[in-house]
Design a protein around this ligand. Structure first.
Ligand code: NI
Length: 138
């Protein structure tokens, strides 16, 4: 393979055994592919540590839409930050609960701020910011 480096790693037997179990569970065909993904994830986490880095990801929230003024508040936050939120998908889970996933792109600090505002809104039961990458630097 062109542009590929090979290196050897010293690793305790126990740790390698656990790692192999992890790879099997995650359906990796080879150790190399599993290690490449772990390295990319580490680099993506590093990207997000730089406030000015351009990142992509998702903000997911589950909330009860009967909570007073919550729908309005969530929409207000999204409109105030329309340049960072590319797309929103809303699922009516049941009579009370809504699941909303937003695709986001922008500066890491701006995306974190939007996510934290949405997740901390009163009535949001659970939320996650998923840190992904534009893929340019990994
Ligand atoms: Ni709904």
């Amino acid at each position: 393979m062109d542009g590929v480096s090979r290196f050897s790693v010293s690793i305790p037997h126990d740790l390698l055994g656990k790692f192999d179990m992890y790879l099997k569970e995650k359906r990796y065909q080879t150790r190399s592919e599993g290690i490449r993904d772990l390295m990319r994830n580490a680099l993506i986490a590093e990207e997000w540590d730089d406030p000015a880095a351009e990142v992509m990801g998702t903000i997911s929230i589950v909330y009860d839409h009967h909570t007073r003024e919550l729908d309005e508040k969530l929409k207000e936050i999204q409109h105030a930050h329309y340049e960072g939120i590319i797309s929103t998908t809303h699922v009516h889970v049941d009579h009370h609960n809504c699941f909303e996933v937003m695709l986001v792109r922008g500066r890491a600090d701006a995306i974190r701020k939007i996510g934290n505002m949405l997740i901390s809104a009163r009535g949001v039961k659970v939320g996650r910011i998923t840190l992904l990458s534009t893929g340019k630097n990994i």
